[in-house]
Design a protein around this ligand. Sequence first.
Ligand code: BES
Ligand code: ZN
Length: 855
Amino acid sequence: MPDTPNQPVFLADYQPPPFLVESVALTFRLHPTATRVLSEIRFRRNPAASAGHDLRLDGEGLNLISAQIDGTALATRPDATGLTVAAADLPDGPFLWQSEVQIAPEGNTALEGLYMSNGMYCTQCEAEGFRKITYYPDRPDVMAPFRVRIESDLPVLLSNGNPVASGTGWAEWDDPHPKPSYLFALVAGNLVSTADSFTTIEGRNVALNIWVRPGDEGSTAYAMDALKRAMRWDEQVYGRAYDLDIFNIVAVDDFNMGAMENKGLNIFNSRYVLATPETATDADFASIERIIAHEYFHNWTGNRITCRDWFQLSLKEGLTVFRDQQFMGDMRSHAVKRIEDVLTLRARQFREDAGPLAHPVRPESYVEINNFYTATVYEKGAELIRMLRLLVGEDRYSAALDLYFSRHDGQACTIEDWIAVFEEAGGRDLSQFKRWYGQAGTPRVDVTEDWQDGQYTLTLRQHTAPTPGQPLKEPLLIPVAMGLIGQDGREIVPTQVLELDGPTLSVTFDDLPTRPVLSLLRGFSAPVVLHHAQSAKDRAILLAHDTDPFNRFEAGRSLARDMLQAMIVETTTRPDAEFIDALRIVLCDATLDPAFRALALRLPGQDELAAALHEAGHRPDPVAIFEMRQSALKTLAEALKPDLLQVAQMMETPGPFSASANDAGRRALRVQAVALLAQVDGGAAARASFARANTMTEQLGAWTALLDIGAGAQEGAEFYRRWEGDRLVLDKWFAAQIMHALPQNAVALTRTLTCHPRFDWKNPNRFRAVIGALGANAAGFHSPDGAGYHLVADWLLRLDGANPQAAARNSTVFETWRRYDGDRQTLLQAELQRMASHPGLSRDMGEMVGRMLGE
Ligand code: BES
Ligand code: ZN
């Protein structure tokens, strides 16, 4: 059946493919406006499907030149989404399909299929981009070996697999591993490579290349190092070795996503490859390390074992995120990594789960699959795997993964296959656990404690609020890691994992002569929201003494959140002295990891506070939150000034630059101290730091600290002069001044910068750096007159005409619209409605805006 645009696809409608593909041979004659693609596909009937099917091939925006079956020309007429060959016109046995199509990569601004970026040809096929290249059954459960010939005068011609032959103006590649079409890739351009090699544990010598534009080759060293570490780690921890003789990575400037795991030819947004100490922040280095590893890890979790259909997306993405989190923990610090991951989970996934876009880790339907590469599928998906590991234990987790790899290698799988290996190797029934995959929303766990006559009773209750399309929720299996701390700070009950598997659970501990302090949800053992009226005094004890580093952090964070919330609701102006004292202890504790101290010193952000206030039944006012947060920062800085000065000095990183976690942590704490000091020293420390900075972390940190106090104009001009030739640093120049603009200036500044000659809105990174940055400046975006909403909606509509996927991804800035006060809600809703009724709105945007409006 032809897909009808804008109609949802349902998981329940899955049918196995009627035809399988034995092999694919493609020839590309590259031309900016008239590329020819010749394809030869050997089909056979799928024994697992019923007989008598027509042959349906997907194809979009293709100009069909010719088509044949077993050499006989076909007079088939394509429709808008593909073409059909009637069953009666098909041979009984296997057959050869041949076609030639013409496409125009130069005009492809959607950056999906075959497109061009700075004169280079490049592809992006996940999820359904291959159908914009040639006619094909473009679904992940059709796997085939590919052979590719590229004809072009460009010097570098790349595709998946191993190179087999080349000459002037052509090259041939062969990928022996059967793969779905979404993993196909082709690159052609004037590129230079950094080359290295890696010998696998199986003794295979693998050539490694990172391909970049001439002039960028000095910025690839960190990515290459990260790649080799990721390859070694996957061998050592998961027993997975690389399986081709060559691994290519290409950096491209115009890319919708972060990076893509095409077999043997990963394609990256250049911002996640290129880095030098002068141009990249420590956060950039960490992102590069993580994404290089993530895409590499997909070689097994995604490519060798892929998804049966796109509803199973978390099977590869949730698992690969979990693996990259483990890797980063091993490379850097598990405690710091866990805190950072939970902060992103709450900021992105809890926010999604609490609003109109809430959906299960395995959705039941979608209109546009590109809209489901979400925090829920990725980050919550990774949390589910973390919980499985906790429930079965490390050893059984390893056994389950070994079974998964051996049983399913070369297959397209489902969440059921995944759960089954855990049931078998984990030795327990997981049917209740499986509900996590189908039930949307973040469970809330209410905690009550009782201590009497030496007996301590802990009671947990779970509840999940309704989400769109799911009014009734069932109890989940929630692993709750907990421990008890004495009033003197010593641990009296070490970590144990409670399983909350019904509406409530009570546990009792005897022989406790003094009232213990509860340390609950250690390591953030489940993605839930705790409601626990714990006293500030108990939290201070946890902050100072908990053996669980995550809960130490969490104790400080919840103190800060409650305090700021009280300041906003009661409009008191001073943070409590206890809180400041607790922070001082952490700030000055030289036995603590500087990265941890830097995190602990960061107050909850605008969005976290808005969410907390909304949860507590208020209508948050982003401008009031901003002002209260500023005043709290000032009070903190005043109280901690001498300590901040000392810490800033102690955290200097003398000697040659290192991107190591250790040095990055020191820089983070220094930058944090300098930013706080700016609140009380008129920016003196920040100006000095800017002047001496020899890393981007310090330079940008100092400049944004000045912007935060309404200064920094001169530094901004200097920054621009120095970096106008570097497109990635220029993104930072745009983004920083908008994100750190004072609320009343943010919209006007954004408007001005959209007229800047370097604002290239068709480049996804630049669009995000300008329009996305306004969304990240909450008090600016939520300007009471609605000017921010209007400006962003205008730009989303313009971008939608060129690149629907990028527009849809940026549209989530509107997802929290129901949180705000009546006037803002009306203005936000009006913009959503204006977008919804825009003529020619894409399917991508149509689905997002419709869901946000609650249609
Ligand atoms: N497979 C995705 C890339 C992708 C996403 C392709 C959406 C098509 C549509 C890739 O593995 C991925 O997940 N990339 C992430 C980064 C990763 C570290 C989470 C990205 O691009 O943001
Ligand atoms: Zn991925």
